[in-house]
Design a protein around this ligand. Structure first.
Ligand SMILES: *Cc1c(COP(=O)(O)O)cnc(C)c1O
Length: 484
């Protein structure tokens, strides 16, 4: 292998830069970032300037503390135990329910999967989990990290888990069943009551992924909306993940993993005295751990309070209803399923949705494209938050104009050829050189993405999923590299 020449990497300044200049640079570097405002319909949850400012101050107060050792920082233990107790009460838990604060929904899910695997470990060495196709990708990540096999079961026509089909997928190696309240892609709550009954019947662990719905759904119920049962009130529900950095509007890095009792939660922990350093015990994945998201989360939930969250939930509910009514006026778009909360997916039989996303982007809106999978068609996702209260008429008007623009869009003739070329690739053997050639063939300069992403999404939508995954890995392997 020839040694490569050193790249022109940015170096540390010989003398440190003044703080004012640093802050100026940070501000200028973010000018191409996605706007964190009401034009964005994914990623961002914002309850306004005042909440943001409090979160900023609380975070800043706790930048040095270390969550590694809660006995050294009792304040952190207190914040965590209080947030867990609030979460448990919010989700119908009794005094037996315990849990931990984690960095996000993915970490909460990783921990629940690990706990379920380890509880069964003495009997089951090749563990499997049975989950609906709508369950979050984080479960597949957990399976990948922890050596479980996933058994993905098709959902029904309303995009809800199909309990009889899930029951049929259970075998002697199954250690975990999964349901969502609600699912991210379509915003529907799975029939958790039936899944819980199956879990009891087969003595299986049921995890309810309430990352996005756990905080909001009880408020929607209090506002009179019909919300199916999904929480600890159902026997058989063993663990629930609930993010705070979504509908509790806390800064990112905040989620809860809750267990019905300590016996279940015990399998989440890791301890090690098998080295020369301090005797280590970790409740969660991280060891040294920032206290800033924890302190900020504690601050925000106590500042907004029950009344604050009820007000925000009402706003979100009303905005969602307005959008659903607006979409009814657009015959080219159809809402998939019947959303149970504030997540909307719409599909189309007449226009290219990926072109619609581009046309909306040109008008300043960020909507999230979702690829077709099994019996779910491709769609566009909207996460409705309190920030969107006043922008529905503008959103619908721009959707109307963008539908017309997308209708005019003809498929790039290069696409068919490229899709065929790509389809022949073995995902296992995707070499970096071949990948870069592909990017060039698709008209991409290195890793820079084109302004219009419709062609890229259309290709991804047409390819087998293992190939999509291999292409994404290859792309990010280039993206996170010096000299870009
Ligand atoms: C957001 C989400 C997750 C993953 O959470 P992260 O915080 O992004 O790691 C899991 N499940 C559902 C339903 C979600 O909405």
């Amino acid at each position: 292998m020839p040694t490569s020449s050193p790249i022109e990497a940015p170096a540390l300044p010989a003398q440190g830069l003044p703080a004012a200049e640093i802050l100026e640079r940070l501000a200028s570097y973010r000018s191409h970032d996605l706007a964190c405002d009401e034009r964005t319909w994914a990623y961002v949850y914002d309850a306004g300037q005042e909440v943001r400012e409090l979160a900023r101050q609380a975070s800043a107060m706790f930048l040095s503390e270390n969550g590694l050792d809660p006995t050294a920082f009792p304040s952190l233990l207190r914040f965590e135990n209080e947030l867990v107790a609030l979460g448990a009460a919010h989700l119908g838990g009794d005094a037996e329910v315990v849990g931990n604060f984690t960095s996000g929904g993915t970490e909460s899910i990783l921990l629940a999967v690990k706990a379920a695997r380890d509880r069964a470990r003495s009997e089951i060495t090749q563990p499997e989990m049975v989950l609906p196709t709508t369950a979050h990708a984080a479960f597949h990540k957990a399976a990948h990290y922890f050596g479980l096999k996933t058994v993905s079961v098709d959902v029904d026509a309303s995009f809800r888990a199909d309990p009889p089909a899930m029951r049929a997928a259970i075998n002697e190696r199954t250690v975990l069943l999964v349901g969502s309240a609600a699912s991210y892609a379509h915003g529907v709550v799975d029939p958790i009551e039936e899944l819980a009954a199956i879990a009891v019947e087969h003595d299986l662990w049921l995890h309810v992924d309430a990352c996005i719905g756990g905080f909001l759904l009880p408020y929607l119920a209090r506002l009179g909306q019909e919300v199916p049962a999904f929480d600890f009130r159902l026997p058989g529900v063993c663990s629930i993940s609930m993010d705070l950095h979504k509908y509790a509007y806390t800064p990112k890095g905040a989620s809860l993993i809750l267990y019905r009792n300590k016996e279940l939660r015990r399998h989440q922990f890791f301890a090690c005295a098998d080295w020369t350093g301090y005797a280590l015990v970790n409740a969660t994945v991280q060891s040294t751990k920032s206290a800033a998201p924890l302190a900020a989360a504690w601050a925000v939930v106590h500042h907004l309070g029950d009344a604050g969250y009820l007000r925000l939930a009402r706003s979100v509910r009303d905005t969602t209803r307005q959008i659903l009514a607006g979409l009814e006026e657009l015959p080219d778009l159809r809402v998939l399923g019947a959303p149970d909360m504030s997540l909307i997916a719409f599909g189309s039989d007449s226009i290219n949705l990926f072109a619609l996303v581009d046309a909306m982007k040109a008008r300043g809106w960020h909507l999230q494209p979702q690829l077709a999978f099994r019996n779910a068609p491709s769609s566009v996702h909207l996460t409705v938050t309190a920030a969107h209260e006043r922008c529905v008429p503008a959103l619908i008007a721009d959707l109307r104009a963008s539908v017309e623009e997308a209708r005019e869009q003809v498929d790039n003739p290069m696409l068919a050829g490229l899709a065929a070329a790509v389809a022949g690739i073995d995902p296992e053997g995707l070499e970096p050189e071949a990948f870069l050639e592909l990017l060039a063939a698709a008209g991409l300069q290195g890793t820079a993405l084109p302004e219009r992403m419709a062609d890229v999404h259309s290709i991804l939508n047409a390819l087998p999923k293992p190939l999509v995954e291999a292409l994404l890995v290859a792309y990010f392997n280039e993206l996170y590299a010096g000299g870009n």
